[in-house]
Every structure is written in C-alpha cells, then in structure tokens.
Design a protein around this ligand. Structure first.
Ligand code: GDP
Ligand code: IMO
Ligand code: MG
Length: 423
C-alpha cells in the first residue's frame, strides 16, 4: 500500500488537524513526520475543541495507530501535558501511540537557546514559537542530539549533561538577559521523561515498512506549511525542518516511490504568524475582518495571525514542490459577506510582471497583481453538500482548479468535523 501525505501549502495553520481527523476513518495508521510542539493542530467534534502539538491528529479514532516519526522533535514536558489533556477521552495511548527511537529530544536548554537567539536578533527575529525547535534540529544535523532511543541506555544522563553544559556556555555567549532556573526546569524534564518512557519506542521505519507490506493504509501528517520549509520557504523566516513532501520520506523512512496521494491543504485566504515577508498581507479593515471572523490567533502562542488575500503564485509553487494530487480548501465560510474577493495571480517584481516566486519576496520588491471575484453572502456553515454552495464560491473554486490544474476535493465550511463538504 502506498503512503498518502497531508501537507499545509501556506505558512501553517491551514487546518491540517481538522482534516487529518476527518480522513482518519480511511486509514489504519497516522504518522507525524517533522516539526515538534511549535505545531498546534486543532480538532473539533461533539462540541469539544482539542489542540494537539506532537501527537498525530488520528489519536481520537478508536482503531487508529499513531506514530511520532524520526523526523519529529519531542519536548517531553509538552508531550506529557498533551497526554494529560487526553485523559478525559479514555484513549489507550499505551497501545495506540508509538514513538520512533530516532526522534530527537528537545532539552530545556534548547528552549533557552531559542529565546537567547531570538533576543539577540532584536528586530530581525524570526518570530519563533520559542519551543526550542531550531536549536534541537541544529544539534541533530550537528550530530550532537539526544534521541528517544538513548533513553533506553544507562548512560543517557551523561550525554544529557554534556549537551546541557554546552548549551549553557552558548547561552552565556549570547550575552542577553534570559532569566531561568535550570534546576527547576530539569526536575520537570526528568519527571516527564519517566512518563514518556512508559510509552512504546520502536524502529518506526521498520514498523511502517512492515505495515505497508501487510496492506495497512497510512497517512503521513505534516506540520507547519510549505512556505515555512527550511529549503523552499521564505528563509530565514522559516522553521528548521523540511515541511514539504520530501520531508515525509526522510521523516518516516518511506521511499519516494511508495508515496501515493499528496493532499495539499490551504485556506481560502492567507495567514501568517511570526515575522517574514507576506506579499498579499492586508493592513486595512478587510484584513481585520478576516482575522476577527476567522478567529485568527495562533493555537500555540495565542499571537494574532497576519491576514491577507489568497496568493496563487505562492500556492502554485507549493503545489509544484510537493507534487500535490488533491487540494482541500479550508475556512471558506470566513469569506462569506465580503463584497469583492481578490486572488493574487502575478507579482510586479521590480517593475516586471512575473508568475513565479522569486528569491526575494520582501514588500519593497513585490507588488501583488490581483484578479477580483464577486463575493457571496450566504452562511456556509450549515451546508453539507457541494450542490448547496453559492455560485460565486463555485466560480472562485473553478478558477483556482483551472489555474492550479489540481482538483479541490474538500471544501471546509467550519471548524467541526461535520462541517466538511466533499466534492
Ligand atoms: P493546523 O495547524 O493546520 O492544524 O491549523 P490550526 O488548528 O492551527 O488552525 C486552524 C484553525 O481554524 C483552528 O482554530 C480550526 O478549528 C479552525 N478551522 C479549521 N477549518 C475551518 C473552517 O473550515 N472554518 C473555520 N471557520 N474554522 C476552521
Ligand atoms: P502548524 O503545524 C504556523 C512559525 C513561527 C515562526 C516560524 C519559526 O500549527 O501549522 P519555530 O518555532 O519553528 O522556530 O518558528 O515558523 N511556525 C508556525 N506558524 N503554524 C505552525 O505550525 C508553525 N510552526 C512554526 O510562528 O514564524
Ligand atoms: Mg496550527
């Protein structure tokens, strides 16, 4: 069986958690392949809202197995809090949640290093979620990291200590005012590791290989979005992992020729949290309306998300880099009531019209060129069938499908599991 992928095509928060939850009924296994607790994946069902950070979004389905792959970075402290959040749901996570031995561990000092690095950057800061993601991936590629499998060895605390000491020297080097009590942080960290160790650690690439042979269906869940990819995103305002399709191969050990469908998920408009260029960003009342109606506040940090029109140039780029085979358009309901909708179909780049994403997309180089659409007034949130969608929305969808040459198979009309229209 091929492994299907689900990826965000913008700057994250497209609604991946919701759709993975919706799709889980079609899959035996859900596997996260990159990122860490910088992610916040929201699921809503039966009147309950739940935000997952490291745990795959299939966890609420009775028969699903959920894997945290080798490409993920795990903060034991955040992870244990996440487990506690699941307690009320009676989920047997000891049997249905398994962790790759090759996944790297976020140390308390990684979080401190993140804070020190961002403080030192001043105005040029990335706008990191400060969860220690960058420093942990740096230790991974620098070949210094502590991995989940190390916890099964007797000397892992020595390794921990050596790494934490090095980090402290690095924090001092930044010479910024970061207040912390390492002893307190370590107590919490070691307590969390004790709980983490009650879960199953596996060689997940082997497990997934066998599962494919046994005909099990597998969905790989991405975190962040393509424009935050370490290689293809708006560097340096990106995260530290490959959020694009290839990241699923390295983050799970799935061979490229075993990838099946690539589900690309995007909002009907665009949002971004943190710093970095955003060509279609709105600074007017329309942007404020989008933020208000769409409740655009970060699921992890609570920071307001910047809002703007859909950027088709960037979306096309993301579809190409990922090899998207099916699209899902989220938060369509948020656009109800806007008189005119705009889609950026080209850029004016230093005076020239271009239709690709150039190396620099800072505001001083780029002016978006828009195509306008008539909006719709209807409330979409109670609609359940594609036939009920207003003609103006169908025009919007038809235009995007034609431009992207990929079908939009799901139109999401609200945060709840049930507010999902299949086309
Ligand atoms: P993720 O990180 O990609 O999983 O997305 P987030 O959970 O961070 O952000 C998406 C937000 O939009 C969450 O609050 C969801 O509950 C909400 N959401 C998802 N789909 C829809 C939708 O179609 N309409 C509306 N109004 N909200 C949605
Ligand atoms: P999900 O999976 C939106 C952003 C941060 C910052 C940059 C780097 O919920 O879509 P990092 O903490 O990785 O050092 O931050 O990336 N960012 C996200 N934005 N959704 C996310 O995840 C994000 N994860 C990181 O705001 O700009
Ligand atoms: Mg999110």
């Amino acid at each position: 069986m091929a492994v299907d992928l689900l990826l965000g095509l913008q700057w994250g928060d497209e609604g991946k958690g919701k759709i993975v939850d919706v799709l889980t009924s079609n899959y035996n296994i859900i596997a996260r392949f990159q990122g860490g607790p910088n992610a916040g994946h929201t699921l809503e069902f039966d009147g309950i809202k739940h935000v997952l950070r490291t745990i795959p979004s299939g966890i609420f389905h009775k028969n699903s197995i959920n894997i945290i792959g080798n490409g993920v970075v795990i903060d034991p402290v955040v992870f244990v809090k996440e487990l506690e959040g699941l307690d009320q749901f009676d989920i047997d996570y000891k049997s249905k949640l398994i962790i790759s031995r090759k996944a790297h561990i976020i140390l308390p000092t990684h979080r401190l290093l993140d804070a020190a690095s961002e403080t030192a950057k001043g105005k040029a800061k990335i706008g990191s979620t400060l969860k220690g993601i960058g420093p942990t991936y740096m230790d991974k590629t620098g070949r210094n990291g502590l991995r989940i499998g190390d916890l099964e060895l007797t000397d892992w605390k020595d390794k921990y200590r050596a790494l934490a000491n090095k980090h402290q020297a690095m924090i001092d080097f930044y010479d910024v005012d970061i207040q912390y009590d390492l002893e307190e942080l370590e107590e919490e960290f070691f307590d969390s590791i004790k709980i983490l160790k009650t879960l199953q650690f596996i060689d997940s690439e082997e497990y997934l290989h066998q599962a494919q042979k046994d005909g099990k269906s597998i969905l790989a869940e991405g975190a962040q979005g393509s424009l935050l990819d370490i290689d293809f995103g708006t560097y340096p305002f990106v995260t530290s992992s490959n959020t694009t399709a290839a990241g699923a191969c390295t983050g799970l050990g799935v061979a490229p020729n075993k990838i099946g469908e690539v589900y690309g998920i995007f909002k009907a408009y665009t949002t971004r949290v943190g710093s970095g260029p955003f060509p279609t960003e709105l600074f007017d009342s329309i942007g404020e309306d989008m933020a208000r109606i769409g409740h655009e506040f970060g699921a992890v940090t609570g920071r307001p998300r910047r809002c703007g029109w859909l950027d088709l140039v960037a979306l096309k780029y993301a579809c190409q880099v990922n090899g998207v085979t099916q699209l899902m358009m989220m938060k369509s309901d948020v656009l109800s009531g806007f008189k005119t909708l705009k889609v950026c179909t080209a850029y004016n780049y230093k005076g020239e019209t271009i239709q690709h994403l150039p190396y620099n997309i800072e505001a001083e180089n780029i002016k978006p060129i828009y195509t306008e659409f008539k909006g719709w007034k209807e409330d979409l949130t109670k609609m359940t069938e594609a036939s009920q969608l207003p003609s103006e929305l169908n025009n919007y969808i038809d235009f995007l499908e034609k431009e992207l040459e990929i079908p939009i198979k799901i139109v999401s009309v609200g945060p709840d599991r049930t507010q999902t229209i299949h086309r």
